[in-house]
Design a protein around this ligand. Structure first.
Ligand code: FES
Ligand code: FES
Length: 178
């Protein structure tokens, strides 16, 4: 009897860095990002593709990492919240959410910010209706929707003022040794 394969070799390009991994076949991308790569920006909400908490960009398009098998993302440019900016140097979309105080518990914010970044990359000057439509699949149980919509419109202005990219194109490099 042949021995069953328990792991799958995989190369993922995340936030511009190439990672070689071995994971059980069918492992969701979200699990690999959080558990193997320590990227905890994407959140586990429903695990069913219905809440948006786990949103990442795959080749610049917002995608739900809880329902994408990690193997399906091989060879694609994956961007997580960590790939946008950080506390010291927030991305304009992140800065706009801070300026608008667009959060209560914050659990939905990864999905809101990543979905907003994808929207602004394809539509730099959205109307309020565009923003509402783009975020309609992202759930916020705290009811911070008004501030979130305001933040995305503010982000559009900030991106235009600074000439920044809404969603960074990933230049792939090898991970640092050690
Ligand atoms: S955790 Fe992925 S959509 Fe809810
Ligand atoms: S701020 Fe709590 S879920 Fe949106």
């Amino acid at each position: 009897m042949s021995k069953q394969t328990t792991t799958q070799a995989l190369t993922l390009e995340v936030n511009g860095t190439r990672h070689s991994l071995a994971v059980p076949p069918g492992t969701p991308l979200l699990t690999v990002l959080r558990n193997d790569l320590g990227l905890n920006g994407p959140k586990y909400g429903c695990g069913l593709g219905q809440c948006g908490a786990c949103t990442v960009l795959v080749d610049g398009v917002a995608a739900r990492a809880c329902v994408i098998p990690a193997g399906g993302a091989a060879g694609r440019a994956i961007t997580t919240l960590e790939g946008l900016g950080n506390r010291e140097c927030p991305h304009p979309v992140q800065q706009a959410f801070i300026d608008s105080q667009a959060a209560q518990c914050g659990y939905c914010l990864n999905g809101m910010i990543m979905t907003a970044a994808a929207l602004l990359a394809r539509c730099p000057h959205p109307t309020e209706a565009d923003v509402r439509r783009a975020l309609s699949g992202n759930l916020c149980r705290c009811g911070a929707h008004l501030e979130i919509v305001e933040a995305v419109l503010r982000a559009a202005d900030l991106l235009a003022e600074t000439g920044s990219e809404a969603a960074p194109a990933a230049a792939v490099s090898e991970p640092a040794a050690g």
